[in-house]
Design a protein around this ligand. Sequence first.
Ligand code: HEM
Length: 136
Amino acid sequence: MTSTENFYDSVGGEETFNLIVHRFYEQVRTDDILGPMYPQDDWEGAEARLRMFLVQYWGGPKDYSEQRGHPRLRMRHAHFPIGVTAAERWLELMTRALDSLEEGTLTDDQRAAIWDHMVRAADMLINSNPDPHQRD
Ligand code: HEM
């Protein structure tokens, strides 16, 4: 059985999650759908929250819980109207962030594990139907 502790270390620890989240947010800032949803005066804070969450989820230090408490992702996203379009866009930008890593940083299996978690989380966070971005 593989432990998540080993997973965090085996993908390169903090540096790898730093890069993924940084490259993700570089795109979010100027994204027409996602950009306006995020706190315009706290991009660094937003980046740190997602990074700490992923680091902790995959077995790294537990800074997220220490600073933010229980993740409760559904509750924390409840006041953002997230339809299918926004969820797909989030995943699209995250794919590009993962693709931007230097070749060999993640094995195919590691990438698939990270991706699977992202897809399941994004699906779970859809809270708006019909999709507000498709309304006139
Ligand atoms: C489905 C599309 C998604 C949208 C539109 C979305 C949008 C947002 C927004 C606008 C914030 C507030 C930024 C901040 O101030 O921290 C946020 C926070 C956050 N998101 Fe998402 N998100 C999505 C998916 C995800 C997924 C898939 C994950 C996990 C893999 C995730 C994890 C987080 C975390 C950990 C926070 C910070 C929560 C906190 O401690 O306050 N989000 N998201």
